[in-house]
Each structure stands twice: as C-alpha cells, then as structure tokens.
Design a protein around this ligand. Sequence first.
Ligand SMILES: NC(=O)c1ccc[n+]([C@@H]2O[C@H](COP(=O)([O-])OP(=O)(O)OC[C@H]3O[C@@H](n4cnc5c(N)ncnc54)[C@H](OP(=O)(O)O)[C@@H]3O)[C@@H](O)[C@H]2O)c1
Length: 244
Amino acid sequence: MKIGIIGAGNIGATLARKLVACGHEVKLANSKGPESLQNLVSEIGAHAVTKEEAVSEVDVVILSIPFAKYPDLKQTLKNVPEKTVVIDTSNYYPGRDGAIKEVDDGKPESVWVSEQIGRPVVKAWNAVLAATLADNRQPTGSSTRIALPVAGDDVHAEAIAQDLVEDTGFIALAAGNLEDSWRQQPGTPAYCTELTLPELKMALEAAGKARAPQNRDALIAKFMTPGSQFTHEQIVATNRAMTA
Ligand SMILES: NC(=O)c1ccc[n+]([C@@H]2O[C@H](COP(=O)([O-])OP(=O)(O)OC[C@H]3O[C@@H](n4cnc5c(N)ncnc54)[C@H](OP(=O)(O)O)[C@@H]3O)[C@@H](O)[C@H]2O)c1
C-alpha cells in the first residue's frame, strides 16, 4: 500500500521502518521538514516529504504526533479523499499535553482528534509502548503473540488498519467503535500491558471509564518519581498491576 506517516518520532519512525520492511511504500513527514529526515529515510527505505506530500496520493495516512498538536493537521488533511484511511496513534496525557476540557470530561481521545482534524479516524497502535513496537519479534501463529486493539466506525477502514497492525507483528483485535475507544486509552488494563488475544478481550471488557484517568495519572506519578528507574519489564508489570 501507499502510506503517508505524519510524525517521525518513537512511534512514527518505527512504524515507517516496519511497514517498509513489509513491502509498503512509505512517505514520512515531521514538523521540521524533509531535510531533517534524510538520514532516517535513507536507513529505512522510506521517502522524506512535507506534510502535504505525505497525505497526497496515498491509501493510508498515519498520524503520530503529540496529542495537542492534532488541530494543526486540519488544513493539511482538508483535501484528502474520503476513501483514504486515516489512522490515529495518539494518547492524551494532560501533564504533557496541557488540559483539554472535553477529553477530561469524558470524550474519547480519538473522537476529539477526529473532530479537530475534520474527518473519521481509526485508533490503532496507541496501546503499545514504543519499545514493544520496535522489538517485538514473536512469529505469526505464536500463542504468546501480543494483541493490539483497533477501534473505528468504518468497517473497511478498520479492516485495513487491522491488516497493517498485523504487518507490524501483532494480532489485531476489533475493539468496537471510536466511541468505545476509551477502553484502550491510558490507565486501562488494555493499555501497554502486552496481552495475548484472550487476555486483551478480557482487559477491554474490564475497563472502567472513570477509573482510567486516575490510573493514568497515578502511573505517571509513579514512573516520574525522582530517582526512580524502571526496566521495560517493570513498566509493563506496573501497568498491569495498577490497572487490574
Ligand atoms: N512513545 C510511546 O511509547 C507511544 C506509544 C503509543 C502511542 N504514542 C502516541 O503516539 C504519538 C507520537 O508519539 P511519539 O512518542 O512517537 O512522539 P515523539 O517521539 O515526540 O515524536 C513526535 C513526532 O511528531 C512530529 N510533530 C510534532 N508536531 C507536529 C506537527 N504539528 N506537524 C507534523 N509533525 C509534528 C515531530 O516532529 P519534529 O520532531 O520535527 O517536531 C516528531 O516527529 C503521541 O500522540 C503519543 O501519545 C506514543
């Protein structure tokens, strides 16, 4: 497929690398401009482009920028055809992104994103740590392969997002409509907990909407405690324990 990715950080660059490796044609953009991406794209085999070029003549656009910056993309996406699938990887952390009242009041993050950019989105890859995305090497068919939730309102768009999630090395689980996507947001049992498919199904079911932001903030406070250091395994274990 032809894929444009806006955001070339931990998640965007890793997705670009993995999707190129699967044979997709990938264009990558950031805020600084294509010159700043030359080394990266020549290493991974993608194309460095402007934001406008990233969304032009592609089948899929993946948005992977800081949550509060999504309103910047409305103009960029204005003329993108309806059939182009737009995938959102974002998560909201008020301490990092600034408080956004509608989301604090319960609007699912990706519903807010969709409203800001003026078009439907599928939510995917938000519930995986960047390190897990980069390093997960479990083969297809493995019973311990990690499953990731994919939520959206359009069956065709969601199916494409699921295929791409599988291409990046995970099992994709249809996790409901975008309104349901709070079940995969920070502070839920499905979020960055590295679950198998049966475990992920149970985790989505067990999520509590009021509890999730409290868990999110408690987890951040724990991880940011001065002097504390967590290994990857400890981060996943802490996420599991505090959201159970
Ligand atoms: N890190 C994780 O473990 C993780 C896991 C799952 C989901 N997420 C979510 O995925 C998103 C990206 O996270 P990340 O960790 O990859 O972030 P990151 O490493 O900080 O990278 C952010 C990227 O977005 C670009 N960017 C920022 N503002 C932009 C704008 N207005 N237009 C175009 N590009 C812009 C930046 O470009 P410049 O450098 O040129 O400014 C950079 O390439 C976030 O919403 C995050 O919550 C993160």
